[in-house]
Design a binder for this molecule. Structure first.
Ligand code: ADP
Length: 436
């Protein structure tokens, strides 16, 4: 069994003391100078310790030709120190190796990566960033804004912690689309990533264009079919009785198709980036008062309806899409609440911003479906949605419009008890308007 370094050091020191002392004692026995010999031994022992300490210190400082002391516990101490040193060197080698590997991997990444200081000064970048932004090693320490002058990019760079990625079309004069993201990664240092997503972006664009074009193309023929169906339904004398029911059903279905096409076109309009360019101050209180009148007209006899609207509370946004958010949520509340239920609508503000809330005592939504409600054509109960004239696109429209207004939809629901759908608008989007 190997002994511990301390016990080895003590035994070495004792051996050394025993050997050296026996020489001195032999001398004292021969000469009879016991006291002076023992005194000399103590002095000798102290001088040796100081000398060993001096050599140890020189060896530690790596003075040329300095050798470690090789006797007593000093020998063990030097052995332990050099062993520890070797271990540390090995570990440092390993770490160096790993960081070299990591460095090489990030250099080889096809995504452009740039490490920036808090003030956007370039610290480090990989090969992809070098070729995309045409930056050189000598640009290290320069502000990135001085090298990339695209205004939207600079705007994005100046944000504290951007929540969403930025898509840059025609970045640095290239006919490609890049996805730009910035992360805080270490004490305020920031990592900028630029990824070429041209193919994906193009595909998404093609899909959006296709849906918009197809909906647009279908709109006119469907209006014609609908018109003829309405005409035929009105011609009660000329049309045989047998056709009344099929005609009614055809009319109902074509109206449903029309509603879906209208919703698809609304979604395409919302998705187009030009939407927010017509942003203005919307007097939401007035808008909701008008909406209240419409809904009361339709449902006042069948439901308990409450509207609580904060006067003068306005929003910065786009009128039509916002109106469709409010009407979609209120209309859903009625459609998914059995007659006799209660629907409450609130428009209010607090320290966190403005809130539009619709609460109903309806059928509710099981928890596991909540996260999927805003997907296109997602319905918890497809048959029920169709029955009550749903297109499956209402909440998708709500989500897109809210995204464009940097707002969020929060849903709470309990099956059989009811739901609360709430839109939270940031303080920056909220304002007070003069009440008329
Ligand atoms: P739909 O036209 O089918 O109502 P939406 O996009 O408006 O489409 O809503 C998606 C689904 O969310 C609905 O099919 C329904 O299952 C559920 N839902 C929406 N609002 C409510 C509500 N107030 N109460 C219960 N379920 C709701």
């Amino acid at each position: 069994m190997s002994s511990s370094p301390v016990s080895r050091a003590i035994s070495r020191e004792l051996t050394w003391v025993a050997l050296s002392l026996s020489v001195f004692l032999l001398f004292a026995w021969l000469t009879g100078f016991w006291v002076s010999t023992l005194f000399s031994y103590v002095i000798f022992y102290l001088i040796r310790q100081v000398w060993c300490l001096y050599r140890f210190e020189a060896w530690m400082r790596e003075v040329p030709y300095a050798t470690p002391p090789q006797s007593g516990f000093w020998q063990e101490l030097c052995f332990s120190v050099s062993h520890k040193q070797r271990m540390l060197e090995k570990r440092a080698d390993l770490q160096n190796n790993k960081s070299e590997q990591f460095h090489a991997a990030s250099m080889a990444l096809p995504i452009a990566i740039i490490s920036l200081t808090k003030n956007h000064k370039i610290e480090w970048f990989n090969n992809a960033a070098q070729s995309l932004l045409s930056i050189q090693r000598s640009d290290t320490g320069r502000k990135l804004e001085t090298l990339v002058r695209q205004p939207e990019f600079i705007q994005y760079l100046k944000q504290e912690i951007p929540e969403k990625p930025l898509f840059l079309e025609g970045f640095m004069g290239q006919s490609r689309t890049y996805r730009c993201e910035i992360f805080d990664y270490h004490h305020g240092h920031r990592l900028l990533m630029l990824e070429d997503v041209h193919e994906l972006y193009n595909l998404a664009q093609i899909r959006k264009d296709f849906v918009a074009n197809a909906s647009h193309e279908l709109r006119t023929p469907l209006t014609v079919v609908n018109g003829y169906l309405e005409m035929m339904i009105d011609m009660t004398e000329q049309v045989p009785e047998f056709w009344e029911k099929p005609l009614g059903q055809m009319h109902h279905q074509s109206l449903r198709m029309q509603a879906i096409i209208e919703d698809l076109l609304t979604l395409s309009r919302i998705e187009s980036d030009t939407l927010m360019s017509s942003s203005q101050v919307i007097k939401v209180d007035e808008m909701l008062n008008n909406i209240e009148v419409d809904f009361r007209y339709l449902y006042d006899e069948e439901y308990e309806i409450f509207f609580s609207i904060e006067n003068g509370l306005a929003l910065k946004g786009v009128e039509e899409p916002l109106k469709s958010v409010f009407t979609n949520l209120i209309s859903n509340a009625f459609r998914y609440t059995p007659k006799g239920g209660r629907v409450s609508v609130r428009w209010y503000s607090d320290a966190s911003g403005a809130h539009f809330e619709v609460e109903d005592t309806g059928i509710g939504v099981p928890n596991e479906f909540l996260s999927r409600l805003t997907e296109r054509f997602y319905r918890v109960d497809t048959a029920r949605s169709r029955e009550n004239g749903g297109t499956g696109l209402g909440l998708a429209i709500v989500k897109h419009v809210l995204d464009k207004h940097e707002s969020e939809l929060k849903i709470q629901s309990q099956v059989g008890k009811g739901s609360i759908f709430r839109c939270d608008f940031q303080v920056a989007k909220t304002m007070v308007s003069e009440t008329s």
